[in-house]
Design a protein around this ligand. Structure first.
Ligand code: UD1
Length: 335
């Protein structure tokens, strides 16, 4: 049985991926510093899979702790989620973002190299494309200058990994997520935003639950059919499944190149108003919302060309926007 290290394994996408890994029979070790996750998630994972993943409270910036971990564990592959992800905060605290997201990555790669751990999946983002010149966005679309230090850490993170695959015995896949939403169908794990949610779906579910008074729709004057911005919302369960497929590609030595990149989205763009309408339909709740000015740094439209992931990975998003929103709503009601 292969042993997989999941950094950030108690976080939103990490926890769903841990469940998927365990269900596929992998042995899982989680590293998480709890900076944006709760320890209860560990028990919730166990209650879904009936298997407790090993857990190590380690901050990847702590080089000695990472060294100690790799010195005592035989790891076959790593899925690296651990990173700070608040776009606005990253603008305020650029050094903290570079230190955490890039310093942590470098420490991880050094120990993987020392211990000949040669398989890595990296959690990247469609943010690397900025406002793409053409839609849908393919993997060969140019990388645009980052709008935020957070976005820059994803771009530079990819470059660091690619550079390392050129000289070391490292095989890596970067997965560029579009907009992950939804929760596990058991409603035992899901997204746990700290403070006021910045992302659309947690803000919608908190508004429906009465925690927020009103949703602000950022911008109704975009050049889109209904004037609101368009994104590609993908169910976190589909996303988790893609990690398993990508990891197996590494383990089976199916890669065509030491470093590969795949878009993970549904391929379908939805406007903010369409998401609201869909949420109202599945939840049966009328949502309180108002149109306000655009949010700084937001783009008009982004959705994935998923041809490469379909053809090369044999992966396709299977779950609908409605299913994702209903699962997010069920999860919200447990909080
Ligand atoms: C954002 C980040 C992206 C990051 C992703 C992580 C920016 C510019 N991009 O994507 O880098 O990878 O989160 O999940 O911040 N919206 C509202 N009202 C709200 C919240 C959002 O109208 O209260 C709108 C936004 O303007 C946008 C859409 O909903 O059009 C989606 O927003 P969000 O969920 O924050 O994701 P992104 O901005 O696409």
């Amino acid at each position: 049985m292969k042993k997989v290290l999941v950094t950030g394994g108690l976080g939103y996408i990490g926890s769903h991926t841990v469940v998927a890994l365990q269900e596929e029979g992998f042995e899982v070790a989680i590293i998480d510093d709890l900076s944006n996750a709760k320890i209860e998630v560990l028990e919730n994972i166990r209650s879904i899979t009936h298997k407790a993943p090993a857990y190590h409270q380690i901050d990847l910036k702590d080089k000695a702790a990472v060294q100690q971990f790799f010195a005592t564990q035989a790891i076959d592959g790593v899925i690296h989620f651990a990173a700070s992800k608040a776009v606005g905060e990253s603008v305020q605290k650029p050094l903290a973002y570079y230190e955490n997201n890039l310093g942590g990555l470098v420490n991880l790669l050094q120990e993987m190299d020392r211990h000949k751990t040669t398989h890595l999946i990296f959690s990247s983002s469609c943010t690397v494309y900025g406002q793409a010149d053409a839609l849908p966005i393919t993997e060969s679309a140019p990388i645009k200058p980052a709008e935020s230090p957070y976005g820059n850490t994803k771009q530079v993170g990819e470059e660091i990994i690619k550079d390392q695959t050129a000289v070391a015995d490292l095989k890596a896949i970067s997965l560029r997520y579009f907009n992950p939403i939804g929760a596990h169908e058991s409603a035992k794990i899901g997204e746990l935003p700290i403070g006021v949610p910045q992302n659309l779906v947690p803000f919608i579910t908190q508004t429906a639950a009465g925690i927020r008074k009103e949703l602000s729709v950022f911008g109704s004057d975009y050049n889109t059919p209904d004037g609101t911005a368009i994104r590609d919302y993908i169910h976190v369960i589909d996303l988790a499944r893609a990690h398993i497929v990508a990891l197996k590609r590494l383990f089976n030595k199916d890669q065509k190149a030491p470093y590969e990149v795949f878009n993970l989205g549904t391929g379908k763009g939805c406007s903010v108003l369409e998401v609201i309408q869909s949420f109202e339909k599945v939840s049966g709740k009328k949502l309180n919302y108002k149109m306000v000015a655009r949010r700084a740094g937001d783009i008009t439209a982004a959705y994935a060309d998923t041809t490469t992931a379909n053809k090369v990975l044999g992966w396709k998003a299977a779950l609908s926007l409605e299913t994702a929103l209903l699962s997010a709503w069920k999860w919200q009601q447990t909080l």
